[in-house]
Design a protein around this ligand. Structure first.
Ligand SMILES: O=c1ccn([C@@H]2O[C@H](COP(=O)(O)OP(=O)(O)O[C@H]3O[C@H](CO)[C@H](O)[C@H](O)[C@H]3O)[C@@H](O)[C@H]2O)c(=O)[nH]1
Length: 285
């Protein structure tokens, strides 16, 4: 498949999106961008509903108007809320516990309805914890402000003046810290290619978990950074962050069965190694 241009624009600007669709006449649209900070969504839900939910609605309307009827949507595991059991498949009920999760779950609902009423075919990819960087150290994540655990633990290992605050040590997990399923961005990228191929000849509304089936606690993350950086990150123990579920781990069996996808480079040590390489390179730039 040939992938078209990456267009950076406010998707709420329907006229601009229509213009881009008019110019490129794509067979499908992949919509990656979103606000994705759990804590921020609790403090400022309006931004999340405006960007993630209303923005995707405007995008869908532009697509419908221009006759582009396939969408690849970056969704999230945050829709699962507090899971009933440790490893979750796509049939697990969706009941988010933060506005971020709701803002995306509503889009998934819209996609069902748009599929039935207007024939929009879609794949929602429910990312678990997207992590790691391009192994060459050329592409990585930089958020302002940074809120994600991996870059912050790395920062705390490299700069003792920027300690890492661990949010919650009283979860019902073996070491008391929250468990997440970290999946390397290159594995996520490959899933998009496969899902895009699938959408070209399959109608309907589809959802897939993208995770590894392996959970890593925040304490284990700190241990992995210590191994990679050769230094102890400075850590402070803090209270839980509002909206944080204790455990989120994916079953990716459906993606394996229907997309032929499985994680290939999401071992936690590799994720940390690539994130550290990117951070060191970015510091030199
Ligand atoms: O300074 C920090 C930052 C994070 N954490 C902990 O580290 C874990 C991972 O936190 P991140 O902020 O890195 O990631 P989240 O799990 O909050 O968020 C991720 O998972 C969400 C679902 O809950 C969404 O999918 C979201 O897009 C994705 O970034 C959590 O237990 C969090 O409490 C800390 O202890 N201290």
């Amino acid at each position: 498949m040939r992938w078209g241009p990456l267009i950076e624009c406010d998707i709420r600007d329907e006229a601009r999106v229509r213009g881009a669709l008019e110019m490129y006449k794509p067979d499908l649209v992949a919509h990656f961008a979103a606000l994705a900070y759990v804590g921020e969504s609790v403090a400022d839900p309006a931004r999340y509903y405006a960007n993630n939910t209303a923005g995707t609605l405007a995008l869908l309307e532009a697509m419908r108007a221009m006759g582009c009827l396939r969408l690849l949507f970056s969704s999230t595991c945050a829709g699962y809320g507090i899971p009933d059991h440790p490893t979750i498949d796509e049939a697990h009920p969706q009941r988010p516990i933060n506005p971020y999760g709701w803002s995306k779950m509503i889009v998934e609902r819209m996609l069902e309805d748009y599929g039935k009423a207007y024939g929009i075919a879609s794949v929602s990819l429910r990312y678990f914890n997207a992590a790691g960087c391009d192994p060459d150290g050329e592409i990585g994540e930089r958020h302002e402000p940074e809120t994600h655990a991996i870059p912050l633990v790395i920062e705390a290992a490299l700069d003792p003046d920027r300690p890492f605050t661990l949010f919650g040590t009283d979860f019902a997990t073996p070491d008391g810290s929250a468990i997440r399923d970290y999946v390397h961005v290159n594995d996520l990228a490959r899933a998009h290619l496969l899902a895009g191929e699938m959408l070209l000849d399959r109608a309907g509304t589809h959802v897939f978990n993208l995770g590894t089936g392996v959970g890593t606690s925040v304490f284990e993350l700190i241990g992995a950074v210590k191994r990679a950086a050769g230094r102890d990150p400075v850590v402070r123990l803090g209270p839980r962050r509002e909206g944080d579920p204790p455990v989120l781990v994916a079953s990716y069996a459906k993606a394996e069965r229907e997309l032929g996808w499985k994680p290939q480079c999401s071992q936690i040590d590799f994720i940390i190694e690539t994130a550290l390489r990117w951070r060191e390179r970015a510091a030199l730039a």
